[in-house]
Write a protein that binds this ligand. Structure first.
Ligand code: HEM
Length: 214
């Protein structure tokens, strides 16, 4: 604590994590249509950041820990009730709703990066999944491909396992990315709404690390 009212909430690693994640995600998103290494490098950066955040959620500073902000459904319901009434409780760390949003963002990002690595392995034969058979998912992928390509000839059918796998993982990669866009929009909306309701600047707090006790 710096003085009686200002509290160091976000440590330096959380702040670096957050803004590096924002930049890496934007770079990965903007380079997704091009065949260049920026997409791969930024994707790996996102994955590295998520792994760091998972570890930091257990051993990091007070407000960075999952135990500080992953709260029970009852507390989330109470928070939503208070929010709708216009007087939500103030939290120094993530509020109960924001806490679950953090989990949703991290899990979805994890799914985005893993599916991206699967596509990379199938298309380029590179990355940690190169040469790894997705045995459990092969029948699902094949069924999925049969649904989509009913009128294809025998020649195409011979290539199916790999193509089906590729198409399957590409769809997952795209769908999880779209879900990410929705979550980010809700996340930024939540940050702005919460800043207004509590008359505090949460974006500034994610830059300086400090918040005022209310
Ligand atoms: C310009 C857009 C963005 C702004 C202004 C913003 C702002 C913030 C703020 C203020 C917080 C802290 C919320 C709180 O006080 O409870 C936060 C947390 C977080 N944001 Fe963002 N954010 C942005 C974009 C993103 C994007 C694009 C992602 C993901 C790719 C993201 C992921 C996260 C995560 C995971 C946390 C939790 C931080 C932690 O505890 O480690 N944010 N963001």
């Amino acid at each position: 604590m710096n003085n009686q009212t200002t509290v160091r909430v976000w440590d330096i690693l959380i702040r670096l994590f957050h803004w590096s994640l924002v930049i890496s995600f934007i770079v990965a998103y903007l380079t997704s249509e091009e065949e260049n290494s920026w997409h791969i490098y930024s994707g790996y950066t996102v994955l590295g950041l998520i792994i760091f955040r998972l570890i930091w959620g257990f051993v990091g500073s007070k407000y960075a820990r999952f135990s500080d902000f992953v709260r029970s459904p009852a507390m989330v319901c109470q928070y939503v009730k208070d929010l709708r009434a216009g007087h939500p409780q103030h939290y120094l760390g993530h509020n109960p709703l924001g806490g679950w949003m953090v989990i949703a963002l991290l899990l979805t990002l994890f799914a985005v990066t893993l599916s991206g690595l699967k596509v990379y392995a199938i298309e380029e034969g590179k990355g940690p999944f190169a040469g790894v058979e997705s045995i459990e998912l092969a029948p699902i992928a094949a069924a999925y491909a049969e649904d989509g390509d009913e009128d294809e000839g025998d020649e195409d059918r011979e290539q199916k396992p790999n193509e089906a796998d590729e198409e399957f993982w590409e769809e997952i990669h795209e769908a999880t990315t779209n879900l990410m866009l929705l979550l980010i929009a809700l996340h930024v909306f939540g940050v702005i709404l919460s800043s207004r309701l509590h008359k505090e600047n949460l974006i500034k707090a994610m830059l300086t690390g400090n918040k005022n006790r209310q």
